[in-house]
Design a protein around this ligand. Structure first.
Ligand SMILES: [Zn+2]
Length: 375
């Protein structure tokens, strides 16, 4: 392994071994402290934004250049998150295992690897005579994996002074970059019925579970692969006892959709669900959590520039569409955005999640040159 790879891996190791599941604010805060120390160490101004609602702190990190210039309102916003989906101990003692070109570890791909190469790219800029023309603002957030409930407003605020947005989510499918994403909706469906004894007065009851079963078929039938709409009922619970007709049932729905128009259409259909049986009610909570992110002309130009740089660095940058949501979705329709600029690897959110060592330097160089070339 060459020396630069080894350096990156040594630094990344400390970030990956510091486990930071979204639900454990203290653990996420330990990770934020590590990142804060690293970023301050290369001369960036770090402001720590205290966590709320049980989530960890966020970091707002700014370059010390560009403040005085008239360009200070038009910088590059880099979005990273340092929480992971993995509960403590998921990887046992194998929190950072190198095997050939692969390194496995909790959140190494999604997205500590990406967050770390952004840090390395800026460190290498700081240590060189190259100077970016635009100020840099990096947001490190603590709650992306649950839909960014406490960071969304920070991201939207930071977007007001951003000319470009770069997101270090992992690359997909062998190095591809994300140029559009489906919107994500999260809903809870509740059915209410009438309880009764299953043996004594069965016919007086009206089962909330039976009602839900019918509603689930209606909901999942709204899936339309051709139009890019999928609905999944991922969790369901209800009932109190084997011999009681249930008066309550609830289920969650995950909606993925290509366009805002389709999002509104499906949202309307869900809100319009009517009871199938007598003496039951259907209630719905929730909404679109992240809007669809489709490529604008400005994002297309940004992608073209990035792919020219990638060609110089020595790889082909391929744009792709994904069904996953990210923080890049919040502003992509207003501000040119490139997502999936993190490291290349396989298996995000799984126990076999790994990054490819051979992607570290090319991806870091792409970020570095992109930051230097954007005007
Ligand atoms: Zn992520």
């Amino acid at each position: 392994m060459d020396k630069i790879d080894q350096n990156i891996l040594d630094g990344l190791r400390s970030w990956v071994e510091c486990e930071s599941p979204t639900s454990d604010a203290e653990a996420v805060n330990r990770m934020m402290t590590l990142a804060e120390t690293d970023w301050s160490g290369i001369g960036f101004d770090v402001v720590r934004i205290p966590g709320r609602d049980g989530f960890g702190d966020h970091l707002s990190i700014k370059s010390n250049w560009g403040k005085e210039s008239s360009l200070s309102n038009t910088g590059i916003l880099i979005l990273t998150h340092l929480d992971t989906v993995h509960p403590h101990g998921s990887f046992g003692d194998n929190k950072f295992v190198i095997d050939g070109d692969r390194v496995t570890g909790p959140g190494i791909l999604d997205m500590k690897g990406g967050a770390y190469i952004a840090y390395q790219a800026l460190k290498s800029i700081v240590n060189s005579t190259d100077k970016p023309l635009l100020p840099i603002h990096i947001l490190c957030t603590s709650d992306e994996e649950v839909g960014s409930p406490t960071s969304r407003s920070l991201i939207e605020d930071a977007g007001k002074s951003a000319k470009y947005i770069l997101v270090t989510e992992p690359a997909r499918d062998g190095g591809k970059i994300v140029i559009s994403r489906r919107g994500v909706g999260r809903y809870k469906i509740i059915t209410r019925g009438v309880a009764a004894h299953a043996g004594v007065n069965h016919k007086d009851g009206s089962s909330a579970i039976r009602e839900m079963a019918g509603q689930i078929l209606r909901i999942e039938d709204m899936t339309d692969y051709e139009q890019g709409v999928t609905l999944n009922v991922g969790k369901i619970s209800g009932g109190t006892a084997d011999n009681t007709i249930s008066d309550y049932c609830e289920a969650t729905v995950d909606l993925r959709v290509e366009s805002t128009q389709l999002a509104n259409e499906i949202d309307g259909k869900l809100r319009d669900l009517k009871p199938i049986q007598e003496n039951t009610q259907v209630l719905i909570e929730g909404n679109m959590n992240r809007p669809p992110f489709s490529q604008t002309k400005e994002s297309r130009d940004l992608f073209d520039m990035a792919s020219a740089i990638a060609a110089e660095v020595g790889f082909d940058l391929v744009g792709m569409h994904t069904g996953g949501g990210s923080d890049g979705s919040f502003l992509a329709e207003k501000i040119p955005t490139l997502d999936g600029l993190g490291v290349d690897g396989v298996g995000p959110h799984t126990l076999t999640e790994y990054l490819k060592i051979s992607s570290l330097q090319p991806r870091m160089n792409l970020l570095r040159k992109l930051i230097l070339n954007l005007t």
